[in-house]
Design a protein around this ligand. Structure first.
Ligand code: UD1
Ligand code: CA
Length: 455
């Protein structure tokens, strides 16, 4: 293309059908606002992008770097929205116009439309099963027209070829045609669709998954499904293994590496970087999972780092600052926060490790809890290399267990344990011979007399 293409994105409406206080175009899809997908496709085409804003203008501006903005003073319809952008348009040349609520468009489809453009106006159409909500393409013997749903005759309402809301106009045509648009009752809106008249071209044959408009939450969920598959497929072609292209969700800020593996229904978000294995229904946010690490089924990692050979879960929770070094393992129902679990250390079941340093090769028994919070501040626990912490131990921080020490099961550790020492805090066990049968007889008699007095 010779002259740079100018593109206008209409994003000023609130979108009442979403039934949401959030402006429609800001609803997130895989970590990017809906309008961001449109802008992304346009920028991939090299277009100079102008976005028309009004509702939640500041938030829309913040969400879209690298574009220019123009304000539509009041949301008086799509025609009025494009009119607001007139002062920023070039003197001549093609102007690509899209709605901000068609997040599935691709640079390839837009390019096809631009190439097919014939002066003065070109619109992309597609065939839908259910045309509800779309403007219908009415192809009479004369020029094609677009008739909005509310103004359709019963026959026109049956038409399944619909307006995509994506157009190419000549800038000169917009300059003389936009100011003379007439408003439609009952809302007094100006329709952009009225520019598709004499001499306009309709380009058909686009896949319906490219231009679906999102007007309500059901369409938002449908769009998410399409984008999930599209994003996952692209990663799969880069060598990532997916159990299921439809159910796993990989947000746009995530980096995956060849041979990474993503389980059924896994959710990957934020700035995560995954080269290892993410099990089914696991949730990963802002975390790094290196090659050879495994986050097992239904586990959650947020702000965590898993080194090669480390494993977590199933049902583990890694919170911010959790670092599992090489070959460290944490098992089911283990929660790790702001804690380094050093090489080869293990906590296989039911533990809370918070604000701790777990030494190389240490073994943490089931039910071990770091008591890191005294109601006012967080305190650290240091667990020495190769130490053994017996099951159901409470480590009352701040406290240090020396390297090679053994802590007996059920201990409450309130003072430091020296290297290689054995620490035991349990009260000695008492066995009372044959008392069990006597106790049972006493309880039985008590229950019987209670039942008698009730009658
Ligand atoms: C519009 C088209 C319809 C087409 C459909 C495709 C018109 C009159 N109708 O209908 O033919 O089939 O898109 O999805 O154009 N907007 C503004 N300012 C406004 C009003 C809307 O910027 O005053 C923006 C919205 O934020 C939205 C876009 O324009 O991103 C489309 O508006 P919307 O109300 O969703 O139009 P539809 O009823 O879907
Ligand atoms: Ca729409």
């Amino acid at each position: 293309m010779s002259a740079p293409l100018t593109a206008v994105v209409l994003a000023a409406g609130l979108g009442t059908r979403m039934r949401s206080p959030l402006a429609k175009v800001l609803h997130p899809l895989l970590g990017r606002p809906m309008v961001g997908w449109v802008v992304h496709a346009l920028q991939a085409l090299g277009a100079d992008v102008i976005v028309v804003v009004n509702h939640q203008e500041e938030a829309v501006r913040k969400a879209l770097p690298g574009v220019r903005f123009v304000r539509q003073p009041a949301p008086l319809g799509t025609g009025d929205a494009l009119r607001a952008a007139l002062p920023l348009l070039p003197e001549s040349g093609p102007v690509l116009v899209t709605a901000g609520d068609t997040p599935l468009i691709t640079a390839e489809a837009l390019e096809r439309l631009v190439h097919a453009h014939l002066a003065p106006a070109t619109v992309a159409s597609f065939i839908v099963h259910d045309p509800t909500g779309y403007g219908r393409i009415v192809r009479g013997s004369r020029n094609p027209r677009i008739v909005e749903q509310v103004e359709c005759t019963p026959e026109e309402a049956e038409i399944r070829e619909v307006n995509s809301g994506v157009y190419v106009f000549d800038a000169e045509y917009l300059r003389h045609a936009l100011p003379s648009l007439e408003s439609h009752a009952p809302k007094g809106e100006f329709y952009l669709t009225d520019l598709v008249r004499e001499g306009a071209t309709v380009v058909s044959g686009f896949d319906d998954s490219l231009f679906a408009g999102v007007n309500d939450r059901a369409a938002l969920a449908d769009a998410r499904l399409v984008l999930r598959r599209r994003v996952n497929r692209a990663w799969a072609l880069q060598g990532v293994d997916f159990a299921d292209l439809d159910s796993a969700q990989v947000d746009v800020g995530v980096t995956l590496h060849p041979d990474a593996s993503v389980g059924l229904g896994a959710l990957l978000g934020g700035h995560s970087d995954v080269a290892g294995m993410v099990g089914p229904h696991a949730v990963v946010n802002d975390s790094t999972i290196m090659a050879g690490a495994i986050l097992h089924a239904s586990s959650i990692a947020v702000g965590a780092v898993m080194h090669p050979g480390s494993q977590a879960g199933p049902f583990a929770r890694l919170r911010p600052g959790a670092v599992l070094e090489e070959n460290a393992h944490v098992g089911n129902f283990v929660e790790v926060k702001n804690t380094v679990v050093r090489k080869g250390a293990k906590a296989s079941h039911l533990a809370y490790l918070g604000d701790a340093d777990v030494g190389e090769g240490a073994n943490i028994g089931a039910g071990t809890i770091t008591c890191n919070y005294d109601g006012f501040s967080k305190n650290r626990t240091v667990i020495g290399a190769r130490s053994f912490i017996g099951s159901n131990t409470a480590l009352v921080a701040p406290v240090t267990v020396g390297a090679g020490a053994i802590v007996g099961a059920g201990s409450t550790i309130t003072a430091d344990v020296p290297e290689n020492a054995v620490a035991l805090t349990r009260t000695p066990q008492k066995n009372l011979p044959n008392l069990a049968e006597k106790l049972r007889a006493r309880y039985r008699a008590r229950k019987a007399s209670a039942a008698e007095s009730k009658q």
